[in-house]
Design a protein around this ligand. Structure first.
Ligand code: PLP
Ligand code: COI
Length: 345
């Protein structure tokens, strides 16, 4: 397809996190045991069989990543192979055919380059959100894996996910679980998010940003903060993040573990975070591609409301972590080997 670059004029500083139709998406179909060549498309709707397993049995998975505009006007991706590898794990668990890692990264680059005009300017704080997904399609009715698959990548410019960006917001502990102890919590499948809709809505009804999920087996340990991972900073400056087989292994979280240790000289640990020991932390936050780093002001439990650093001010360590991570993502600080992949528009 001949790519026609559009010009786009948006209020880049004030974008929320909402769907916006951009010019091109990548589409590839799997049939008779192989992926087709894949191509860009200008069509933002999908027509599939009413029997598609994605529609009835949740055979669907996705990824979330971003493209960043640097000061020089270049465009770069942050650790895209990690998203490709995580998606392959999601596919394996749902009996879907993985999309090859190198082809995944090439598809992402191609879509971002074709939608170059939609990549927010450097300095606006906004980025191009990238959503790869795969669904099981084709005529079917029994509970079995699909006979055909669609892999697609679409993009849109976004601003802050939680209101206010680097401003603390409050969260509430959910009595519901998003995943089971030996279920699908560690992969990025649609069903986990369907299960999170009601707990999330209940939290928002009570004016919290989102809910926090506890470990599904004992309900004593923190697992996830809505669609983001949790981290806390102890009083002796250790970066701590929960360890559990039902947490989504956040690429942002693993990046922060590395940066905290190697760029900021902190001690780091992945271990249990007990709800009744929140006072071990002087700061806490949520981290993820969409959330970036979002400071947690306080957490409402069934017993009380626990404030970490402040309900209105970001803590100094959280601020330093945010500055380091985003400086690497936007190309202002040298990245560890292999973390940044340039897109040539
Ligand atoms: N946890 C959940 C449930 C998520 O949906 C996400 C978003 O992808 C994350 C954590 C953060 O992961 P990442 O940093 O790889 O975006
Ligand atoms: C992300 O951080 O990329 C997510 O997938 C979170 C959410 C929008 C589902």
């Amino acid at each position: 397809m001949t790519v026609v670059k559009s010009t786009v004029d948006l209020d880049w500083e004030n974008l929320g996190f909402s769907y916006l139709k951009t010019d091109y998406r990548y589409v590839s179909y799997w049939k008779n045991g192989e992926w087709d060549a894949g191509a860009l498309s200008t069509e933002n709707t999908v027509t599939i069989s009413e029997g598609s397993p994605a529609l009835h049995y949740g055979q669907s998975c996705f990824e979330g990543m971003k493209a960043y505009r640097t000061k020089d006007g270049d465009i770069q991706l942050f650790r895209p192979e990690e998203n490709a590898k995580r998606m392959a794990k999601s596919c394996e668990r749902l009996m879907m055919p993985a999309f090859p890692v190198d082809k995944f990264v090439e598809a992402v680059k191609e879509v971002v380059a074709a939608n170059e005009a939609w990549v927010p300017p450097y300095g606006t704080g906004s980025t191009l959100y990238i959503r790869p997904y795969m669904i099981g399609i084709g005529d079917n009715i029994g509970v079995r894996p699909a006979s055909e698959y669609l892999f697609s990548v679409f993009v849109m410019p976004v601003g802050a996910y939680f209101k206010g960006g680097l401003v603390p917001t409050n969260f509430i502990i959910s009595d519901f679980d998003r995943a089971a102890p030996h279920g699908t919590g560690a992969i990025k499948v649609g069903g986990n998010y369907a299960a999170s809709l009601m707990p999330g809505a209940l939290a928002k009804q009570r004016h919290f940003s989102d809910c926090i999920y506890l470990d599904p087996a004992t309900h004593t340990k923190i697992e996830e903060v809505g669609s983001a991972n949790f981290f806390g900073i102890t009083h002796d400056n250790e970066f701590v993040t929960p360890s559990s087989p039902s947490i989504l292994p956040s690429i942002t979280k693993y990046s922060l573990l590395y940066l905290a240790e190697h760029y900021l000289g902190m001690k780091v640990a992945e271990r249990d975070v007990y709800l009744n020991r929140l006072d071990e932390f002087s700061e806490a936050g949520a981290c993820g591609t969409a959330a970036v780093i979002s400071p947690i002001g306080g957490i409402q439990t069934n017993e009380d409301f626990h404030v970490f650093y402040s309900e209105t001010e970001v803590g100094p360590v959280t601020e330093k972590l945010y500055a380091t991570l985003t400086a690497i993502q936007f190309g202002d600080l040298p990245a560890p080997e292999g973390w940044v992949v340039k897109v040539t528009a």
